[in-house]
Design a protein around this ligand. Structure first.
Ligand code: UD1
Length: 364
């Protein structure tokens, strides 16, 4: 009897772990053999191991250990290391997630070996070609065989680029993970050791890590000074990229004024803080959606977003890094014109995306 082929799931960065977790759980349940390859793009315990533990995923079978580097170095390194593995394993399919350099490299390697390629979070666009992730998204979608979209809008982006075959709108995979976590975090035991929340305490949860936010250390430092001068207490678990940029320019990575800086947090601690936060300030894509699901108004510190549905619903606003625009957005949060208990339609579907994919692919 010929052995059934494996499915290969390629992860490497924080957002991948969150998207992969529900799918790996479904595949395990169905008894499908999965080989997990971790590219090693994220390697600190708080950026990687903690997510595997909290999301109840087994350690990756293979870690490519590519680490940090320029876009070219990171992409080339994953491409070089993963190709022989894909060739040797000859899997039934390769699954990739999101828009990082790891995703692009794994997709390219699989596509060139004619291995069926499944892209989770396909069709997502922000329209800014100067963002590395936007370049990655476009390239990955044009190579993929199965384009698993989180929303109708994502399907329409693909249609506009002439991609209609293999397109599936199954809802957002992060919603599956969020739905499980939002119940778990009701327990105070998930409170991060570095920041305790007193009953009724109001604070804004902030994240900053994008290349556009961190490339100029002077501007980044000014932004932190601004955040430390707000009437609302701002809590910032700091991404290592952000602290590396500040330290290299001899700026402080510590708390200042009303800004509390924490170490990067695990997924559950992050969702715990989100559940207690009054407001989110972020340049992360995933946190904009998580804020929407949690019913927390969001100020997005970018000039564009991939998650425009949250803006249309009145729960998110774009400010870029302009302090006047951020202040105006904080005022709109305070007067209830941002968020303010509006309806939150199910623009990203309902939890259950991973089960829907497994059933459509015949993996159950
Ligand atoms: C990457 C993704 C981004 C995603 C983000 C999630 C690309 C182009 N970008 O950005 O889309 O939103 O992951 O976090 O792939 N570092 C550490 N320890 C780690 C990981 C990173 O110290 O475990 C530091 C290093 O200084 C590194 C820097 O962070 O140079 C940037 O890391 P990198 O993986 O290149 O990009 P991210 O900013 O994490």
């Amino acid at each position: 009897m010929v052995a059934a082929k494996k499915i290969i799931s390629v992860v490497g960065a924080r957002p991948h772990f969150i998207k992969a977790a529900p799918l790996i759980a479904e595949l395990n349940k169905a008894g499908k053999e999965v080989l997990t390859i971790h590219t090693g793009q994220h390697y600190d315990v708080n950026m990687s191991d903690i997510f595997f533990r909290q999301l109840k995923m087994e350690r990756a079978d293979i870690n490519l250990g590519v680490g940090s580097g320029s876009h070219a170095e990171q992409t080339a390194s994953v491409l070089n290391s993963i190709e022989p593995i894909l060739r040797a394993e000859d899997p039934e399919a390769v699954i990739v997630y999101g828009d990082t350099n790891s995703t692009l490299a794994a997709a390219l390697a699989a596509a060139k070996l004619y291995i069926p390629l499944v892209h989770i979070e396909a069709g997502v666009r922000c329209g800014n070609r100067r963002m590395p992730e936007e370049i990655n998204r476009k390239a990955i979608d044009h190579m993929s065989d199965y384009l698993v979209c989180p929303s109708e809008l994502a399907v329409s982006h693909l249609e506009r680029e002439g991609i209609v075959d293999g397109v599936l709108n199954l809802g957002d995979f992060m919603y599956d993970t969020y739905a499980v976590a939002s119940e778990l975090v009701e327990s105070e035991s998930i409170m991060p050791a570095s920041f305790s929340v007193a009953p009724g305490q109001k604070f804004a949860l902030c994240t900053l890590h994008r290349e556009a936010t961190t490339s100029d250390p002077q501007k980044l430092n000014e932004l932190l000074n601004y955040l430390g001068n707000q009437s609302v207490h701002v809590v910032l678990p700091m991404h290592p990229r952000t602290s590396a940029v500040l330290s290299a320019a001899n700026f402080s990575c510590g708390s200042r004024g009303s800004l509390s800086v924490l170490e990067p947090l695990g997924y559950l601690e992050m969702m715990f803080l989100l559940s207690k936060a009054s407001l989110v300030l972020t340049d992360s894509g995933g946190l904009q959606k998580e804020a929407y699901w949690a019913g927390v108004p969001c100020i997005t510190l970018m000039d564009e977003t991939t998650w425009t549905e949250t803006i249309d619903a009145g729960w998110n606003v774009l400010t870029g890094l302009d302090q006047d625009r951020i202040s105006a957005a904080i005022a709109s949060f305070e007067d209830g014109s941002l968020g303010g208990g509006r309806k939150r339609p199910d623009v990203y579907g309902k939890p259950g995306s991973a089960a829907r994919l497994c059933s459509l692919m015949g993996w159950v």
